[in-house]
Write a protein that binds this ligand. Structure first.
Ligand SMILES: [Zn+2]
Ligand SMILES: [Zn+2]
Length: 163
């Protein structure tokens, strides 16, 4: 978070020098999840960043994503409502002020929600993956019978992680 704030302050100071005016600093949150790296809330002067993507792509995130979102707020402060989000005003801030490519989107991998399954077997050729909840019930003595071969299902010791 410190590094994000530091990078952001740098962007704002560049803008203040260039445009010879003050820009109110935004509130910053790391509470964003999902597919977006960052979102600028123009009317709340708020930036939300994706903490997980930041952790996994720290250098590029600081270099590109933080100025990308800052440029949305600065463009809004300069030009108001009538500009397009990634229009030429925003692009000019990215390339002319921050000396960065005016990329609309990040290419960070989207973090996946990992789930663990527990592989069980009976007499059938294929194993059956159990959820963590079901596996926990077996540990407490519950028994499951295969409907096809009627053998009891037993844990193979194998865990599977799927996205
Ligand atoms: Zn954008
Ligand atoms: Zn079976």
């Amino acid at each position: 978070m410190d590094q994000i704030m530091h990078r952001l302050e740098h962007c704002y100071q560049l803008a203040e020098q260039r445009f010879a005016r003050r820009f109110e600093r935004p509130q910053v949150s790391l509470a964003l999840r999902g597919q977006k790296a960052g979102v600028a809330y123009l009317h709340r002067n708020l930036l939300r960043f994706n903490a997980r993507m930041y952790q996994e792509n720290r250098d590029d995130f600081l270099r590109q994503t933080v100025p990308h979102e800052a440029a949305h707020l600065i463009a809004h402060a300069l030009y108001g409502e009538r500009i397009r989000a990634h229009g030429r005003e925003w692009q000019a801030l990215m390339t002319g002020l921050f000396d960065l490519p005016a990329n609309r989107c990040h290419d960070y991998p989207v973090p996946q929600r990992r789930t663990t399954r527990y592989l069980y077997r009976c007499g059938c050729p294929d194993g059956i993956p159990f959820t963590a909840q079901r596996h926990a019930l077996v540990r407490r003595g519950r028994q499951y019978q295969c409907r096809r071969c009627t053998n009891l299902l037993h844990f193979t010791g194998q865990q599977l992680t799927t996205d």
